[in-house]
Ligand binder design. Structure first.
Ligand SMILES: NC(=O)c1ccc[n+]([C@@H]2O[C@H](COP(=O)([O-])OP(=O)(O)OC[C@H]3O[C@@H](n4cnc5c(N)ncnc54)[C@H](O)[C@@H]3O)[C@@H](O)[C@H]2O)c1
Length: 134
C-alpha cells in the first residue's frame, strides 16, 4: 500500500520505517526541514536499537522516502497516519493545533478516498473533528 506518515518524531519515524520494512511504500512528511534533510542522509533524530539499519535498507530499496512536500506526500496516499505532537495546553488538555493543521493539509491535497489514522494522543471525539476539518 502507499502510506504517508505525518510527523517524524518518536512515534511517526518508527511507524514509517517499520511499515516500509513490511513492504509498503512509505512517505514520511514533516514540516521540520532540517530533520528531513538529516533523515535523507540517514541521520536519525532519535535512538532506537536497529532502526537505522532498517531505515537505510528501505531507503536503498526505494520503499521509504522523507519529504516536506505536502502535495507529494498526500495526494496519492491510500492510508495517512497523523503522528504529530499534542502538547498539553495550560489547562492540561491536549493542544490539537498540529493535528488540525494536518487535517487541513490532508483536505487540501487528497484526490480520492483515503483512510486517516490518528496516532497522536487526543481526546474522544477528535476523529469527528478531524473528519469535519478534512
Ligand atoms: N513518544 C511516545 O512514546 C508516544 C507514545 C504514545 C503516543 N504518543 C503521542 O504521539 C504524538 C507524537 O509524539 P512524538 O513523541 O512522536 O512527537 P515529536 O514531537 O517527537 O514529533 C512530532 C513531529 O511532528 C512534526 N510536525 C508538527 N506539525 C506538523 C505538521 N503540521 N505537518 C507535518 N509534521 C508536523 C514535528 O516537526 C515533529 O517532528 C503525540 O500526540 C504523543 O502524545 C507519543
Amino acid at each position: 500500500m502507499k502510506i504517508t506518515v505525518i510527523g517524524t518524531g518518536y512515534v511517526g519515524l518508527v511507524q514509517g520505517v517499520i511499515l516500509s520494512e513490511f513492504g509498503h511504500k512509505v512517505v514520511c512528511l514533516d514540516i521540520d526541514e532540517r530533520k528531513i534533510e538529516n533523515l535523507k542522509k540517514g541521520i536519525l533524530p532519535i535512538y532506537e536499537p536497529g532502526l537505522k539499519d532498517i531505515l537505510d535498507r528501505n531507503v536503498a530499496e526505494e520503499r521509504l522516502q522523507f519529504t516536506t512536500n505536502k502535495e507529494y506526500a498526500l495526494e496519492n496516499s491510500e492510508v495517512i497516519f497523523i503522528a504529530v505532537g499534542t502538547p498539553p495546553a495550560e489547562d492540561g488538555s491536549a493542544d490539537l493545533t498540529y493535528v488540525l493543521d494536518c487535517a487541513k493539509d490532508i483536505g487540501k491535497n487528497i484526490k480520492d478516498y483515503v483512510v486517516v489514522v490518528n496516532k497522536s494522543t487526543v481526546p474522544v471525539g477528535t476523529g469527528d473533528l478531524v473528519e469535519e476539518t478534512i
